[in-house]
Write a protein that binds this ligand. Structure first.
Ligand code: NAD
Length: 515
């Protein structure tokens, strides 16, 4: 671990002061690129409505912090109800124009946006690291994956087709037509601030919908960078809006609006339930990608050191703030000691620091709320008798760093075994009896990701079949690429994102019967 972890190097942000002065200015988004490709308003995080970046009408804003230092890097404009109404009106008119754009052309535009993002990879990744904290290589990967999703959504747009069914009467037929659902309200989180929004933009825009996105106000820049790329590529300006504000006010207003036809959210289960209930009250379809608490089952037949090396990477990427990341480590007794020793040694060896420092392997937590939650969960486990084998504390007092943490002897009632940790903590839970372990692994309301580590093919089949989860990773870490659908079971979600189905959540069918 860096001895200087808590005093992590500052991310370079030279243009920020000049840009901050521009916060509140009204301007065309497409003109907001400097000659070297850095979107010039990244530190002045404005609303984007009808192709124009502007402050909120009340002038309200909130500080955006660098998680590596805790210092302000800019301010994010908050939308008033009037601003939200502007966004809704623009998205309604944008819908009429964008859905009339032929799918083939929508595909070309989305591919072009992906190429613009790829060309701007370095500046987009830097902006992401600065607001989210993740190591730069992870930010680069996320920008690439976001581009892949946009491109994939465009490719699937080109494959949109309707269906014709022969009618029962001679000469009659039924057409099953696909139509864009309408204006989409999308709520996206701070852990993968661009990629999780890219999935929604790709599906919605590919299908011909317009989209109003409310990203987390803690990481406002990444969605703005992507939205600018989409506008530069030629998406109808009014078809995209990005708004920030008081979360409940924004979601209540957008969901209740008669113009908004579809709700999509990625985030925690409690907020997902709140939004789904609001959407249910006005009978609107929802896509929900919610939290997880992934069991990982490490069987005795594998090389414990190799398994530990692989799982340390899977656990501590993005400082454990991944809905798919392993969070309950069921390790079969015969290899528990060797696995644990290696896992602890590797966790202790991780270099923790600012995301922009090339030596960094794990960055800070993304916000103070996460730091408080992880501190509380580890303290709770310790108070109930858990042994802290590595970490177990904040690093330094600047920024939001928390040490990679490994816990053993965690009692069943510890909060961390029931609440999604969403941070760099690995509880190791030995097991001897498979059926009892499986009952525990399946025993929560979560059903997103799970893992099996074994070379025994019969056991692989048995365990993957038995796990009540929407995703199972076998002998490796999980990532979501656009070519396959992914979604949670049980309370972890409704619907999937990605795959050849990526447009489906944003389409509605019309049955046309022709005699
Ligand atoms: P939170 O429950 O306060 O918020 C979760 C997300 O929802 C955030 O992005 C937030 O900006 C957004 N949000 C909050 N209220 C909202 C509202 N009324 N309308 C629309 N969006 C709203 O929790 P948090 O402290 O920000 O994040 C921690 C928890 O969130 C974690 O424990 C994890 O379960 C979950 N989470 C999951 C994912 C995921 O990829 N599934 C991503 C981020 C966070």
């Amino acid at each position: 671990m860096h001895p200087s972890s808590g005093n992590a190097a500052r991310v370079t942000n030279a243009p920020r002061d000049a840009e901050a002065q521009e916060t509140g200015a009204t301007r065309r988004a497409s003109s907001r690129r400097s000659s070297h490709g850095v979107p010039a308003s990244v530190a002045g995080f404005n609303l984007l409505i009808d192709g124009v970046e502007r402050a909120g009408s009340t002038g309200e804003s909130e500080a955006v912090l660098d998680p590596a230092t805790g210092e302000e890097i800019g301010r994010v404009a908050f939308a008033s109800l009037d601003d939200l109404d502007d966004a809704i009106a623009a998205a309604s008119s944008g819908l009429r124009q964008w859905r009339a754009t032929p799918p083939w052309e929508r595909g070309r535009i989305l591919k072009k946006a992906a190429d613009i993002l790829r060309a701007d990879l370095e500046s987009a990744a830097l902006a992401m690291t600065r607001e989210q904290g993740k190591p730069l290589p992870e930010a680069r990967t996320e920008v690439e994956r976001s581009a892949d999703f946009l491109e994939w959504g465009g490719e699937q747009a080109r494959r949109l087709s309707d269906r014709v069914i022969a009618g029962r009467a001679s000469g009659s037929r039924i057409e099953v037509q696909n139509h864009p659902t309408g204006v989409v309200a999308a709520f996206t989180p701070w852990n993968f601030p661009m990629a999780l929004a890219a999935k929604k933009f790709a599906g919605a825009l590919g299908a011909g919908c317009s989209i109003i996105c409310k990203p987390s106000q803690e990481t406002p820049g990444s969605v703005l960078v992507m939205a600018r790329a989409l506008l530069e590529a030629g998406v109808t300006p009014a078809a995209i809006a990005v708004v920030f504000g008081h979360a409940n006010q924004v979601s209540d207003h957008l969901i209740a609006s008669r113009e908004v036809a579809k709700i999509t959210f990625t985030g925690s289960i409690p907020i997902g339930k709140r939004l789904a209930a609001a959407a249910g009250a006005v009978v609107k379809p929802v896509t929900m990608e919610l939290g997880g608490h992934a069991p990982v089952i490490v069987c005795a037949d594998v090389d414990p050191e190799r398994a530990a090396d692989m799982l340390v990477r899977a656990k501590f990427t993005n400082a454990g703030q991944i809905c798919l990341c392993p969070s309950r480590f069921f390790v079969e007794e015969p290899i528990r000691e060797r696995f644990t020793a290696r896992f602890v040694a590797q966790a202790k060896a991780l270099r923790v620091g600012a995301g922009a420092d090339p030596a960094t392997e794990m960055g800070p937590l993304a916000n103070a709320r996460r730091l408080e939650a992880i501190t509380r969960m580890v303290e709770d486990a310790r108070d109930r008798g858990a042994t802290v084998l590595a970490g177990g504390e904040r690093i330094g007092d600047r920024g939001f760093f928390y040490a990679p943490t490994v816990l053993a002897d965690v009692p069943a009632d510890a909060e961390i075994l029931h609440e999604e940790p969403f941070g760099p903590v690995a509880p190791i839970l030995p097991f001897t009896e498979e059926a009892a372990m499986l009952a525990e692994a399946n025993g929560l309301e979560f059903g997103l990701a799970s893992y099996v580590v074994t070379d025994d093919v019969r056991r692989q089949q048995r365990l993957t079949a038995a796990l009540e989860y929407g995703v199972v990773g076998v002998n490796g870490a999980l990532t979501h690429n656009p070519e396959a659908p992914l979604g949670g079971w049980k309370e972890s979600g409704i619907d999937t994102e990605g795959g050849i189905e990526i447009l489906e959540p944003y389409l509605r069918t019309k049955h046309v019967s022709i005699q």
